[in-house]
Design a binder for this molecule. Sequence first.
Ligand code: NAI
Ligand code: MG
Length: 396
Amino acid sequence: MPKHTIVTMPGDGIGRLVMNEAIRVMEAAGFDFQCIEGNIGWEFWCKEGNPLPDRTIQLLEKHKTGLFGAITSKPKDEAATELSPCLRDKGYIYVSPIVRMRQHFNLDICIRPCRTYQGNPLNFIRRGRGGEVEEPLVDVVIFRQNTEGLYCGVEWSHPDGIVYDALKSHPNFIKNFSNVPREEIAVSTRIFTRQATERILRAAFGYAVKHNYKSVTVCEKPNVIRETSGMMYKLAKDIQKEFAGIELWNTNIDAQMMWLTKNPEDYGVIVAGNMFGDIVSDGFAGLIGGLGFACSANIGKEVAVFEPTHGSAPKYAGYSESIVNPIAMIGSACMMLEYLNENELSIKIRHAIAEVIREGKVRTYDMMKMKGSEDAVKNGAASTRQMADAIINKIL
Ligand code: NAI
Ligand code: MG
């Protein structure tokens, strides 16, 4: 019996292509595991009216650890037209299976590390004081609250009845919106709870201590969004007292994005609510190579799911030889290995990735700064499989 059972959810498009490579790399590193495949994605929406079938939820309930590739999502109306004819007009409504999975299992802690690999031609460079080229070493880990905030889904168009009454109970609403016709109003709420906010903050501080970061930066906007951002910053000040030696910094999301390229090397752990965490993590990912390098973990109390942040990139999914970069997926697998206390295996794989990038002989099309096309491999880019092979060769 293998030591670990992983629910692999390849999903759509390039999700399956990069998943296959991550599995090969983990096997090469000596990970003692078996995979059970869970169905997720567009195919199951079209065939069954549910992109996250109950059987997949049950697999995750049983085995607790998931590795997810990527899915294709489409707007509600388009989704309805692609349903299998026998399911149409029966009340099926498309909901993103990732958002549902995060909420169903309360995967409230999202971790997105953005670390420079030396030798990556996509690394951010800037001009120094004397005009010289500087390549700052970015080593930032973003902790994003994953279930609440502006993505909590509590929204109304044309608010009516008690919802409208509640809005009217606020003096700022009366002042600014009471003359606007109700049918012209849309409202998305930004709900933070104390419990979830404390959990993401403690996770961030705990990580900073464990991994020797000197600071935790709360990246919100407490001067304007006083109730929710304000609550996070206030709780951060309290919680920081439990973590002697870790500094608490406070930046506003807009200023943080402006400073992104000025001093990214100064930041360590960053913590934010759902949307600002999404934004700031994409910003930092851009400094270290973009979607081909951006990995993530979604961690709840019972279940954890690991995934690259990129989507299914359908335009590249049908190539006879896949060209996409598998490193984001393989990095996500490394995060899973660390979660499972298989640190040595993760270090082995990370070193192998670093070595391949440092050598610079094997580079996928994105690293070559090519336009993605079927000809990329002919023009000198490594295929998805060649990149994984190069990593495997460094492990062995
Ligand atoms: P995408 O992330 O799939 O692709 C955007 C572009 O990024 C690609 O065209 C490609 O140039 C590049 N890219 C992505 N992954 C790459 C990799 N591994 N290596 C090299 N280059 C890579 O986002 P897009 O095109 O906006 O969405 C495509 C589909 O994916 C949509 O249906 C969308 O809803 C879905 N999506 C799913 C996500 C998920 O499963 N977590 C996240 C984002 C989008
Ligand atoms: Mg995003």
